[in-house]
Design a protein around this ligand. Structure first.
Ligand SMILES: *[C@@H]1O[C@H](CO)[C@@H](O)[C@H](O)[C@H]1NC(C)=O
Length: 179
């Protein structure tokens, strides 16, 4: 009888500790991504394997986004330093720095998303991930709907595309967490 009760207790403990974690395999997540192989490569680069629950995958992916945004900010700063003689380029890159930066830019969104994930506010994380997409678009297409976008021949569009893809993966993971 004592054995039986301890078995029941153990069973209940297992149920209690496992129910909040949601596990979806990486292939299922990446089928929804724009670029399947990019997504698989990213999620499988997670230390300890691609397995694990959605929250740890979200946390990992937000960390990757943070690194990619920081790299992009460094690139933009270099481009600003180089475009002294070109007012159009200068204003384009300064606009991009605002859109990627900490104050109301992509980096700020990511910092918020990291805090909200810890609180379990997946809707908030989702909103900030789409905020990053808006920021990236604001950099690439510029703020004026009438002016044509700056023809950027630097590596910035490539960097921005990576930030975009990583943010879309955050959206996919948080959508699984929400539904
Ligand atoms: C998808 O991502 C891979 C990198 O993982 C890249 O080599 C490939 O060009 C990308 N494909 C498209 C269509 O963007």
């Amino acid at each position: 009888m004592v054995r039986f009760i301890s078995f029941i207790v153990l069973f209940l403990l297992c149920v209690a500790s496992s129910s909040p974690t949601k596990v979806v395999d990486v292939e299922t997540i990446c089928k929804k991504a724009k670029n399947y192989s990019f997504c698989i490569t990213l999620l499988k680069s997670k230390a300890g394997g691609a397995g694990g629950d959605l929250v740890s995958l979200a946390s990992y992916t937000i960390g990757v986004a943070r690194t990619d945004v920081s790299k992009t900010i460094n690139l933009i700063k270099t481009l600003i330093a180089k475009s002294g003689g070109n007012p159009k380029a200068l204003s384009h890159y300064k606009n991009c720095l605002d859109h990627f930066g900490m104050d109301e830019g992509a980096l700020g969104e990511i910092v918020e998303a990291q805090q909200l994930l810890k609180k379990g506010d997946y809707g908030g994380v989702n909103a900030h991930a789409s905020g990053i997409l808006t920021d990236v678009d604001g950099c690439l297409s510029g703020d004026s709907p009438t002016d044509p976008p700056f023809h950027d021949t630097s590596s910035l569009p490539k960097y921005a595309a990576i930030v975009e893809q990583v943010s879309q993966i955050i959206l996919i993971i948080t959508n699984f967490l929400l539904h």
